[in-house]
Design a protein around this ligand. Structure first.
Ligand code: FES
Length: 106
């Protein structure tokens, strides 16, 4: 199982903030939406466009290029033109730090 990686102090991650990090050669976006913190690969499953600047609302992110939306909890594609999920990563807050883990190789 991979280790948890520190991203940012939890109280510094404000509503709407997005932090980008490299997690095992994958560009990952960590963001706060309400009380929930999400982590997802910065790559739309439709046409490989970066998702990181897309609007986030009600636990979903919308791709800025063609408008597909994805559940930030499960990664599921919710609207066309995307039909495949995006990769999402486990997130936790431990000792005041937001941490993510690359679970793909578990
Ligand atoms: S690249 Fe994201 S919907 Fe087309």
């Amino acid at each position: 199982m991979s280790d948890w990686v520190d991203v940012v102090e939890a109280d510094r991650l404000k509503l709407g903030d997005r932090v980008k990090l490299d997690l095992d050669d994958v560009e990952v976006i960590v963001c706060r939406a309400g009380e929930v913190v999400y982590a997802f690969e910065d790559l739309c499953s439709h046409d490989s466009y970066p998702l990181g600047d897309g609007p986030i609302e009600d636990g979903t992110i919308t791709c800025p290029l063609h408008g597909a939306s994805f559940c930030l909890k499960s990664g599921e594609a919710l609207t066309p033109p995307a039909y495949s999920p995006i990769t999402v990563f486990p997130v936790r807050i431990e000792n005041g730090m937001v941490q993510v883990r690359d679970h793909r190789w578990d």
